[in-house]
Write a protein that binds this ligand. Structure first.
Ligand code: ZN
Length: 123
């Protein structure tokens, strides 16, 4: 028994695999002395701990995709990411930009440039 124990301990030092094996052995031990419910509880906690981070990451990236837009500056074609909600300046040329329809637009030209073009054509 001592030999097996020292084997588990030495395996434990080698990394996660050993850690899992000793956890399983610990679970079997608890089950053997009538603490099966504790094993189930720990198993559920373990599963939650295992699946929660990827779930959180998935939710976070989904949220980020909704909030963040990647596009290029209409003035200098520099590609970067920005939050959708507010106006911002291009990190390359400093032009004031806003997000419209998933693309960056010049703040100063919003709703103005079309009218100006029509005026020029009419003249
Ligand atoms: Zn720019």
């Amino acid at each position: 028994m001592d030999r097996i124990f020292s084997k588990v301990v030495s395996f434990n030092r080698s990394g996660l695999g050993g850690c899992l094996i000793s956890l399983i052995l610990f679970g079997l031990f608890l089950g053997a002395i009538g603490l099966g419910w504790l094993v189930h509880g720990l198993l559920i906690i373990g599963l939650i701990a295992l699946f929660l981070p990827p779930l959180l990451w998935f939710a976070f990236s989904w949220w980020l995709k909704r909030k963040i837009v990647q596009s290029e500056c209409p003035v200098c074609q520099y590609e970067f990411m920005s939050f959708k909600s507010s106006e911002f300046a291009c990190p390359s040329c400093g032009e004031s930009l806003v997000v419209e329809g998933g693309k960056f637009k010049r703040l100063s030209s919003l709703g103005a440039i079309d009218v100006q073009v029509v005026d020029v054509v009419n003249d």
